[in-house]
Design a protein around this ligand. Structure first.
Ligand code: SIN
Length: 279
């Protein structure tokens, strides 16, 4: 794809590209918006370096792509900005958000289209984020498995990811969303098929017996984690990553304890996942 207003450098043939020539603090003109959108569709996750954004500028950039989502189970750290999800770890952290491969909030009936993470503090080493291409994960399955998956759905439940993260005293009052989605999802923009089950949120495949569901999901999770489908992003202070949750999964590497890592995420609303057979 030829770009006029930005420069796009691929990280791997499968997934990920760095974008140069954009100041995310300023409103994107129509051409730059379209090209950033096209680069995201082509590469599934895009990265920007050396950005300086206020909370409002971060939200404005996200809103260019759609309404912003508020996380159903994460604490609200800024009363006036419930859409800001704080991503933080320090010397007290035992776990961090997103340590398992996942697609954000797949437990929602209409899971987010994309997430935009801006890190302003990074550890001296480590704290990378890994991303994996779910189109490639689907395409590389053998035909009999593809045929079987096309008719299946999966249950996704927020409690799998968040139950032990919320305070024990709050658990009875909190609603953990759940939803049933097709195992193979058609991307609403590209029309491509991708795998849509993830370790973070998926519980089971209701059409199968328990042991069949567990075995099939474990096989798919291992397949999804194939290194050829991945890229690994090395953060610097003031880097931004924007990923498409409809066709990519990610995994936050927590290998930097006891150092600090801090940033804000905005999440762009999406639509109800569907499967459409290709002729
Ligand atoms: C997440 O949004 O899942 C966290 C990603 C990260 O901290 O790298």
């Amino acid at each position: 794809m030829a770009y006029q207003s930005i420069e796009v450098r691929k990280l791997t043939p499968s997934i990920g590209a760095e974008i140069f020539g954009v100041d995310l603090a300023k409103p994107l003109g129509n051409q730059q918006f379209q090209e950033v959108h096209d680069a995201l569709m082509d590469n599934l996750v895009v990265f920007f370096r050396d950005q300086k954004m206020t909370i409002d500028q971060h939200k404005d950039f996200g809103r260019r792509f759609g309404p912003l989502h508020t996380h159903p189970n994460a604490p609200i750290e800024f009363k006036d900005h419930p859409e800001i999800l704080v991503i933080k770890a320090d010397e007290k952290s035992r776990h961090v958000a997103g340590e398992e491969w996942h697609s954000d909030v797949s437990c929602d009936a209409e899971p987010p289209m994309g997430s935009i993470l801006y890190l302003t503090e990074v550890p001296p080493d480590g704290g990378d984020t890994l991303f994996a291409n779910m189109y490639r994960a689907y395409e590389t399955l053998s035909d009999p498995i593809k045929r079987m998956l096309q008719g299946l759905t999966a249950l996704h439940d927020s409690s799998k990811a968040h139950y032990y993260r919320v305070k024990a005293t709050d658990r009875d009052d909190i609603k953990f969303p759940n939803a049933e989605h097709p195992v193979v999802r058609t991307h609403p923009v590209t029309g491509k098929q991708g795998l849509y089950v993830n370790r973070g949120f998926t519980l089971r495949i209701p059409q199968l017996k328990r042991n069949e569901s567990d075995a099939l999901l474990e096989m798919l999770y291992r397949h999804i984690e194939t290194p050829e489908f991945q890229c690994r992003f090395r953060w610097q202070k003031n880097s931004v990553a924007f990923w498409d949750n409809r066709c990519a999964q990610h995994h936050a590497m927590f290998d930097y304890f006891p150092h600090r890592r801090y940033g804000h995420r905005v999440t762009v609303c999406g639509d109800k996942p569907f499967y459409r057979a290709v002729a």
